[in-house]
Design a protein around this ligand. Structure first.
Ligand code: NAP
Length: 255
């Protein structure tokens, strides 16, 4: 394996990494030699994911963190640096989507929660991490193709995912002088608990399968591999970009 794809001695924080895309990313990075910090709201979920990574020989630390809490974000960074003595990268993956339906009916408390957990938390965690990341450090935000299209169902969530793409560009410019790269991944429909409501809509599933280039929904590992590329030195000249990984959903011709 060329050195640029290896993660030996590197330390990465992945928020929302007890299941789904976050866990698949932590599992892949640990298998490639990194130390990973497992994190989510629930301590018992963190412990389970930690044991699962350690059972395959991976190096990991569990630090529960609700990304909406400033105190817990600070603790996440401090515990990581205290324990491993370094931090090489960050994956802002945890997100909330508490409402379905027209965005015009979303009240301010739901709007604020979505923006805080999906956008502000990433901005804040990136700022906290930036003080520790070395030149060559990398930050990845998990956005969504929902941020590229209008939606009657998940419009406010899409607004937050669109904002994450802009945040990627802003942070890339702000941190580029320190040699830190910032990128995003915009997944299409991925089979996880988060997408259960969409996955259980058979008509939608059939449409995605028939319209998309690859004819299937994604698995968490499909996204983990893209994240690993962006964290690696192989992506050393890539910054400020959001890579769409959707099996060719957004390129489908509407006719
Ligand atoms: P998932 O399988 O439901 O996993 C979500 C993870 O985040 C869990 O570990 C959960 O654990 C944690 N979490 C939830 N709220 C949190 C919070 N406030 N603070 C900290 N951790 C929190 O979800 P997923 O599908 O992998 O989604 C991951 C990311 O991919 C999200 O940013 C989502 O927007 C994006 N995405 C998903 C899809 C899709 O189709 N699945 C498509 C496009 C983009 P706890 O419950 O223990 O907190």
């Amino acid at each position: 394996m060329p050195q640029s794809f290896m993660f030996t001695d590197r330390v990465f924080i992945i928020t929302g990494s007890t299941k789904g895309i976050g866990y698949a990313t932590a599992e892949l990075l640990a298998a490639a030699g990194a130390s990973v910090v497992i994190s989510s709201r629930k301590a018992e979920n963190c412990q389970q994911a930690l044991e699962s990574i350690q059972s395959t020989g991976g190096s990991a630390l569990a630090v529960p963190c609700h990304v909406g809490s400033e105190e817990q974000l600070q603790n996440l960074i401090e515990r990581t640096v205290d324990h491993f003595g370094r931090l090489d990268g960050l994956v802002c993956n945890a997100a909330s989507n508490p409402v379905y339906g027209p965005s015009s009916k979303v009240d301010y408390s739901a709007f604020e929660l979505i923006m805080r957990n999906n956008v502000y938390s990433a901005q804040r965690l990136a700022a906290l991490a930036a003080g520790h990341l070395p030149p060559g450090g990398s930050i990845v935000l998990i956005s969504s193709i929902a941020g590229l299209m209008g939606s009657r169902l998940i419009g406010t969530y899409g607004l937050s995912k669109s904002a994450e793409m802009q945040l990627v560009r802003n942070l890339a410019l702000e941190l580029g002088g320190q040699g830190i790269r910032v990128n995003g991944v915009a997944p299409g429909l991925i089979e996880t608990d988060f997408s259960k409501a969409l996955m259980s809509n058979q008509a939608l599933l059939d449409k995605i399968k028939s319209d998309s280039a690859l004819g299937r929904v994604g698995q968490p590992q499909d996204i983990a591999r893209v994240v690993a590329f962006l964290l690696s030195d192989a992506a050393g000249y890539v910054t400020g970009q959001t890579i769409i990984a959707d099996g060719g959903t957004t390129i489908a011709d509407p006719f």
